[in-house]
Design a protein around this ligand. Structure first.
Ligand SMILES: Nc1ncnc2c1ncn2[C@@H]1O[C@H](COP(=O)(O)OP(=O)(O)O)[C@@H](O)[C@H]1O
Ligand SMILES: [Mg+2]
Length: 254
């Protein structure tokens, strides 16, 4: 597959010679093996690869949620390897949104409380503009009649939509979304992809999205494939058909 343009676009986040291992001795796992890659500012990047290839680990390390074993990690121009937990927390709160595979909703808060949690944590209440944005997110995610429900009263797909609304609510510079369309029906899935696309195109936000779905990945400006903890392909926007064909031919598919 084609290589991306080699222009030195500013990076929203990047890792240099990143290695991440889990465990020790016999049970040691190399989740990431000498990965050097950057997410270009304002771009929507899809990350694909088989289960266990290191996709979630790469996003967690890039977002400062998990420490590198070796190598360097930057968010914008800030090297985060070596920051204290407090410094990392402050950086994440002000700049990064994350949609986890496990949703990570707060069980004791209702839907609205979960969506506005990033504002609470930052000690500010949403501006009128942010309130309008939250209303629009609630509307497009079909959560209007669920605002007072708690996570355990929602389906998996609804919880996922709450997590997406929460990640977009503060309009962060950088959004990591781990299989954000995995539990959604196709209509809501398209809505999520449209929201992520608009976040990058209209608001210059940088998005990294893990997906197994070639149709979802075809919405991205760039597709990165991981295999066994390494980057095995890095391509500009592709059609769903081309992505499927590549996944079949290289057996890097889901
Ligand atoms: N917390 C952890 N402890 C031990 N091994 C882990 C942990 N997280 C991930 N791994 C291992 O690292 C590898 C990559 O995992 P992951 O990044 O979750 O892959 P993916 O998201 O592509 O499915 C896998 O072999 C996985 O079992
Ligand atoms: Mg994963």
């Amino acid at each position: 597959m084609q290589q991306p343009p080699s222009d030195a676009a500013p990076m929203a986040a990047r890792v240099q010679n990143l290695t991440k291992t889990f465990g020790a001795g016999e049970s040691r796992v190399h989740a990431l093996d000498d990965v050097t890659i950057g997410l270009r500012r304002g771009e929507f990047t899809a990350i694909m690869g088989p289960s266990g290839s290191g996709k979630s680990t790469l996003m967690h390390v890039m977002a400062g949620l998990d420490a590198a074993t070796s190598g360097r990690v930057f968010v914008g121009d800030t090297e985060i390897t070596g920051l204290s937990d407090l410094e990392l927390t402050v950086l994440r709160r002000s700049r990064v949104g994350f949609v986890f595979q496990s949703f990570n909703l707060v069980p004791t808060l209702d839907v609205l409380g979960n969506i506005t949690l990033p504002f609470e944590l930052a000690g500010r209440s949403p501006s009128p503009e942010a309130r309008r944005r939250i209303d629009a997110l609630v509307e497009s995610m079909g959560l209007g009649d669920r605002l007072r429900h708690r996570p355990h009263e929602l389906s998996g797909g609804q919880q996922q939509r709450v997590a997406i609304a929460r990640a977009l609510a503060t309009r962060p510079d950088l959004i990591f979304a781990d299989e954000p369309t995995g539990n959604l029906d196709s209509r809501t899935g398209r809505e999520v992809l449209a929201l992520l696309g608009a976040a990058s195109r209209e608001h210059g936000q940088s998005i990294a999205m893990v997906t197994h779905d070639p149709v979802a990945a075809s919405h991205a400006d760039r597709v990165i494939f991981l295999g066994d903890g390494r980057v095995v392909a890095d391509t500009p926007r592709q059609s769903a058909e081309a992505i499927s064909a590549y996944m079949l031919s290289s057996e890097v598919g889901a």
